[in-house]
Design a protein around this ligand. Structure first.
Ligand code: NAP
Length: 318
């Protein structure tokens, strides 16, 4: 089994930035990620990444990936589902059954969409249940869809779907939105959007694919079945990191504790970007944290392996 110097889990802004830096330090680096670009790739208009006036998220992330690969960083689409520490090495297990050995790990897998946790949701993922309007909306041209949520993601999804679908039901558990007024106003103007307030989805129903949702009015308890071909869940994001067990500490909402040097409580295990407690969740901050984690990881490996992997002014001082 090939042994890596560092495996980076997550191929978003933080992960690729780490990969650029570790590869340039000649560390044997592999990025394992469920997707290319993480949440950034789902953003169509980026105007606040310094030095870049305007970018499409997917295009920007492809540039990050190409830059990392240019310096020798390897990349594979796979989900890491298990991790064990064995002495100074880490063993990683993936969803496709592969195993990897590495001297260090950078956790940069960001946030995942929050689930509704209702009957039928998991069963119909990919068969009508979606967490990404940007990716899947075009599949619902001329069809009826439901969007669940009351924040900017749900409003964004509704506006986008409103231009393609025959009808959009926007289901929200309260009677006021928490998104931007400007988005709300645009959504309210759409003739084919029905606002279903004070309602929660209790079940996603279907046969071989989604055919509708059951909703419950939160005050009257009245039940209703809405017939639709797709359900877009847009109720926020969470960090899904508990599979790391006690190798890291978590805050109250499940984010990973890491210090300013990106170190977790386990030597050799670093964290960067949105997975970290208190992070600002910006592309620029995630990139910066990815770079910090890479440099700290490099220092750690230099110390533990006793080899100067590449010249570095910072290391010479130590
Ligand atoms: P969010 O702002 O946290 O909103 C989540 C929405 O889902 C809330 O309305 C919440 O209801 C509802 N919700 C949460 N859990 C639920 C559950 N279990 N069942 C039913 N409803 C549930 O999340 P977001 O919309 O993904 O936005 C996240 C961040 O990204 C925000 O800062 C947002 O401004 C930003 N964003 C910006 C844009 C943009 O500027 N165009 C686009 C997308 C996202 P309550 O209101 O009752 O809590």
């Amino acid at each position: 089994m090939t042994q890596y110097d560092v495996i980076i889990i997550g191929g978003g802004a933080a992960g690729f930035s780490s990969g650029i830096y570790t590869s340039r330090r000649l560390l044997k680096t592999l990025i394992l990620s469920k997707d290319i670009g993480g949440q950034t790739a789902l953003t169509t208009e980026i105007e606040n990444y310094p030095g870049v006036d305007f970018a499409d998220g997917t295009a920007l992330m492809m540039k990050f990936k190409e830059q990392a690969e240019k310096f020798g960083c390897e990349f594979d689409i796979d989900e890491v589902v298990g991790i064990k520490k064995d002495g100074e090495l880490f063993l990683l297990m993936t969803a496709t059954g592969k195993e990897y050995v590495t001297r260090s790990v950078i956790l940069a897998f960001g946030m995942s969409p929050k689930n509704l946790d209702v009957l039928g949701e998991a069963k119909f993922v990919g068969r009508g249940v979606s967490y990404c309007a940007t990716c899947d909306a075009p599949l619902y041209k001329g069809k009826n869809v439901a969007v669940v949520g009351g924040g900017n993601s749900a409003l964004d999804a509704t506006e986008y779907l409103g231009r393609l679908a025959a009808k959009v039901y926007l289901i929200h558990r309260r009677n006021e939105f928490r998104g931007d007024e400007i988005l709300e106003a645009r959504v309210r103007k759409l003739k084919n959007v029905e606002l279903v307030f004070e309602s929660v989805v209790t079940e996603v129903v279907g046969d071989d694919r989604v055919r509708g949702v059951r909703v419950n009015h939160v005050t009257t308890n009245e039940q209703r079945k809405i017939e639709c071909d797709g359900v877009f869940v847009a109720i926020g994001h969470v960090v899904k990191a508990r599979w790391l067990g006690d190798l890291v500490d978590y805050d109250a909402i499940g984010h990973i504790h890491a210090n300013k040097l990106s170190e977790t409580k386990t030597p050799g295990l670093f964290a960067a970007g949105d997975v970290v407690s208190g992070s600002f969740k910006q592309i620029a901050t995630a990139s910066g944290e990815g770079v910090s984690a890479a440099l700290r990881c490099y220092q750690y490996l230099t110390k533990t392996t006793g080899r100067l992997l590449a010249p570095d002014w910072d290391i010479k001082k130590k």
